[in-house]
Design a protein around this ligand. Structure first.
Ligand code: NI
Length: 187
């Protein structure tokens, strides 16, 4: 999910440099197909998660799902602090939303649909159940932006983009504009 703020501050620290992947854009079929469950919680998966965080921070996002870097796997990363607080880094492997409450209508964007935003109604509170990069199950409750990020990223893992939650009018408008950009070689 794209960030709302304009801050470019990033967490300091001596972390090893990670591969930053190109982000797959809307139009690539991988974004619209359901992903496969994670079955191996090994060093490769841990590295994939680190690369997803690095890619997300580089793009100034607050969430990123594996299909967005070309991997059709049920894993997403979320950090609504944009890298400012290491404890806010969340890996969601095989996640599911087990509870949602309330409603909130806010503007939403997606790193795979750069330059376009739209209002989406999401639950204000969401409880997610998922595995971390080590395969340990946990439950976490999120509110507002965190709840929205959980919903947005878990949608990605089911092949659903935020466009699906927009009015048909708004969705068609965005799709037309993207088509035009693609013709111009700008997408
Ligand atoms: Ni997205």
């Amino acid at each position: 999910m794209a960030d709302n703020s304009t801050t470019t501050e990033r967490a300091a620290g001596a972390e090893k440099p990670r591969t930053i992947h190109p982000i797959v854009k809307y139009g690539d079929p991988i974004l619209e197909k359901p992903t496969a469950p994670v079955t191996r919680f090994d060093a490769k998966l841990a590295e994939l998660c680190e690369e997803m965080f690095a890619t997300m921070y580089a793009a100034q996002g607050v969430g990123l799902a594996a299909p967005q870097i070309g991997r059709s796997l049920q894993v997403a990363v979320v950090d609504v602090t944009g890298g400012k607080n290491p404890e806010a880094r969340i890996v969601l492997a095989n996640p599911e939303i087990i509870h949602g409450e309330g409603e909130k209508r806010e503007e939403e964007g997606c790193l795979s649909i750069p330059g376009f935003r739209g209002y989406v109604v999401r639950p204000q509170f969401v409880t997610v159940r998922a595995q971390n990069a080590q395969g340990e199950w946990f439950e976490m409750r999120g509110e507002d932006l965190l709840a929205r990020a959980f919903c947005h990223e878990i949608d990605h893992l089911h092949g659903i983009l935020f466009l699906k939650h927009l009015s048909m009018l708004k969705r068609d408008l965005i799709k037309r504009k993207i088509k035009k950009l693609r013709k111009q070689g700008e997408w």
